[in-house]
Design a protein around this ligand. Structure first.
Ligand SMILES: Nc1ncnc2c1ncn2[C@@H]1O[C@H](COP(=O)(O)OP(=O)(O)OP(=O)(O)O)[C@@H](O)[C@H]1O
Length: 332
């Protein structure tokens, strides 16, 4: 499949008197293939927005190369930008206008036929509320209106920066369904940045995990999780049997046993739980609990990026990242 987005070795340095030199992008690579939903995942401040803004020609970079549909960016951006729909800044709307008027004005300003408006409203599921003023829209409806705005020009690539930010679970679900439909039914390539681990896990086909301006890993979401997740077993026995149980399990090479805060034994290196039950039964130790533990994307993400729980929101959390006081960009 053709690469729709190709970024190699991207560098962006910010300098300010107060904070000194900061490498927002430190040789970042990103590749997105046609027709996939690609999750661009990383903790707050790792460089996602900077990358997307650079790709869309909104900021300059200091090094590296970028292309869209095989055309060098920013040099050839004018020849391909018509194929890209993007929402990278928080969408601002005139609140007294209806959804339909908002899109009509936009379509008119860029010379698009009026018929596109109804089509776009239909695709994002806003047709029935199109004649209500935007001030009565929920955040999820506004996000969908922003996507409709990006869809007006019938893009082949849709770039969305944190589209789930601030949405409630129902809004996140709707956004996910919309983006998957656009990608899988209509063949639009979708790039979504996110710090919401569960969201990428549920939404994307492929992903790039970024930390401190660098790509840490990229590939199909399932493969990344599978290749980084080691399964383990959680075993519980009575308190008096616990140390004998640990010894019995450790006699099964290459098993290793560690204690968990709740009194369970966590066993790694044993694929077949029956081996554990056999080893314990041979010592006349009987289980009160046995279960398989598997790592989710959050555990993989924390392991790969080396980020602590202070740096990254937890699975399912939908709060917007804390506001940042960004020093002024200094021309390079
Ligand atoms: N205009 C600017 N001037 C100085 N530093 C900036 C500027 N814009 C971004 N940065 C810094 O560059 C780094 C990357 O920021 P960026 O917004 O790309 O991160 P992000 O991954 O999108 O995070 P978030 O999800 O919090 O927006 C951060 O440390 C940020 O403080």
């Amino acid at each position: 499949m053709t690469a729709v987005v190709e970024i190699a070795g991207l560098r962006k340095t910010y300098r300010s008197l107060r904070k000194g030199t900061h490498h927002a992008l430190d040789g970042l690579d990103l590749e997105v293939r046609q027709g996939e939903v690609h999750g661009f995942l990383g903790p707050n401040g790792c460089g996602k927005t900077t990358t997307l803004r650079a790709l869309l020609g909104l900021i300059s970079v200091d090094g590296g190369s970028m292309s869209l549909f095989g055309q060098k960016v920013p040099q050839r951006l004018p020849s391909v930008i018509g194929r890209v729909g993007a929402v990278v800044e928080s969408p601002q709307f005139f609140k007294n206008h209806t959804g339909r008027t908002t899109l009509r004005l936009l379509a008119k300003s860029v010379g698009l036929p009026r018929g596109r408006v109804d089509e776009a409203l239909e695709r994002v599921g806003l047709s029935t509320v199109a004649d209500r003023s935007v001030k009565g829209y929920s955040l999820g409806m506004r996000q969908r209106l922003a996507v409709a705005q990006a869809l007006l020009k019938k893009p082949e690539l849709l770039v969305l920066d944190e589209p789930a930010n601030g949405l409630d679970p129902a809004g996140i679900h709707e956004m996910r369904e919309l983006l998957q439909t656009l990608a899988h039914d209509e063949g639009i390539t979708v790039v979504v940045s996110s710090h919401l681990l569960s969201e990428v896990q549920q939404l994307a086909d492929t992903m790039t995990i970024v930390s401190a301006g660098k790509r840490i890993v990229a590939g199909p979401v399932d493969e990344i999780i599978a290749s980084h997740s080691g399964s383990s077993l959680r075993v519980r026995v009575s308190d008096e049997d616990r140390s004998r149980a640990a010894e019995a399990i450790e006699s099964l090479p290459p098993a290793s046993v560690s204690s968990n805060g709740d009194g369970s034994l966590i066993v790694a290196g044993v694929d077949d739980p029956a081996e554990v039950t056999r080893a314990l039964a041979a010592q006349k130790i009987y289980l009160t609990h046995l279960s398989a533990e598997s790592k989710n994307l959050e555990a993989v993400f924390l392991e790969l990026t080396g980020t602590g729980s202070d740096d990254v929101l937890q699975v399912g959390e939908t709060t917007a990242p804390a506001a940042r006081t960004a020093p002024e960009e200094v021309a390079q």
